[in-house]
Design a protein around this ligand. Structure first.
Ligand code: CP
Ligand code: NVA
Length: 313
């Protein structure tokens, strides 16, 4: 049994497989073809933080594949009344086939997984957001990679540069793991005090990223420019201090102009126009944020299929 708690839980070759499955599953969806390999399977979704995309993509995806979902939040379950996470894992995993969790400390999802009888998927923790980066990479490949006999050639990611502008948060940590796993480089620019911590990011070496104090320099020559909210969920008390510290880390047309002419812009959403990105950039021709959001569902359908049924074919 496999869990998907961090991006580095899977090898490059598994991502190549998952992206090909996601491509085929997306094509079926677009053609209104029924594909229900998860009939009679149940996904439990546990949300200790708010969500739009993660909930809709997992819930719609599971129903489309013939399964069903149970939606739990801290407020409407015993999780909010101090039932130990280990006991919750033992109980929930006896009645369902798969569990997706969005929570605070990553140690919580690890504790859940350690006591679960079924695969556990990380739907975002303070430290990581692997499903989002899987969707982001799939979106990049869709826009920039040719399709070969075995699907997208992940070799085309080698040597590519992703510019990360903003907070050294769960998304930044996950980008670093993706770069180390798939052989590209992340140019990271954060305000002082909000740096990425390679120990938290969980990368073995610093070869996969370069740090820049000037966000414009981070964007120079980039194939993809990406950012995220200045204040992640759980850090709301720091909001005012962050607005001041991050004022120069707004992705604007000037930053996009020094990236490669064919650079894409991504944002996991929700976005705040005028804070981490200008409306001109996020609503402009280089932005692929709506494909990126939609692709959450297609890659997660491939992920659920893989965790429950193994490789197809
Ligand atoms: N990107 C993302 O995970 O969005 P939600 O918080 O809406 O799920
Ligand atoms: N870094 C953000 C991502 C939201 C999808 C957060 O953790 O709130």
């Amino acid at each position: 049994m496999k869990h998907y708690l961090q991006f580095k839980d899977f090898r490059a070759e598994e991502y190549a497989y998952l992206f090909e499955r996601a491509r085929l599953i997306k094509r079926r969806f677009k053609n209104y073809e029924r594909y229900q390999p998860l009939a009679d399977r149940t996904l439990a979704m546990i949300f200790e933080k708010a969500s739009t995309r993660t909930r809709v993509s997992f819930e719609a995806g599971m129903y489309q594949m013939g399964g069903s979902v149970v939606h739990l939040t801290t407020g409407d379950s015993q999780l909010g009344r101090s039932e130990p996470i280990e006991d919750s894992a033992r109980v929930i995993s006896r009645m369902t086939d798969l569990v997706m969790i969005r929570t605070f400390e990553h140690t919580k999802i690890e504790a859940f997984a350690a006591h679960s009888r079924v695969p556990v998927i990380n739907g975002l923790t303070n430290e990581f957001h692997p499903c989002q980066i899987m969707a982001d990479l799939f979106t990049y490949l869709e826009h920039r990679a040719p399709v070969g006999a075995n699907g997208y050639d992940l070799g085309c990611l080698k040597g590519k540069v992703v510019a990360w502008v903003g907070d050294g948060n769960n998304m930044a940590n996950t980008w670093l793991q993706a770069a180390e796993t798939l052989g590209f480089t992340v140019h990271v620019s954060t305000p002082s005090g909000y740096e990425v911590d390679p120990k938290v990011a969980g990368v073995r070496s610093s070869d996969c990223y370069k740090v820049f104090t000037d966000p414009r320099e981070a964007c120079r020559g980039a194939d993809l420019v990406t950012t995220d909210v200045w204040t992640s969920m759980g850090y709301e008390a720091e909001n005012e201090a962050r607005r001041t510290a991050f004022a120069d880390w707004c992705v604007d047309a000037e930053m996009m102009a020094v990236a490669r002419p064919d650079a894409l812009f991504m944002h996991c959403l929700p976005a705040h126009r005028g804070e981490e990105v200008t409306a001109e950039v996020i609503d402009g021709p280089q932005s692929v944020v709506w494909d990126e959001a939609e692709n959450r569902m297609h890659v997660q359908k491939a992920l659920m299929e893989y965790l429950l049924l193994g490789r197809i074919g």
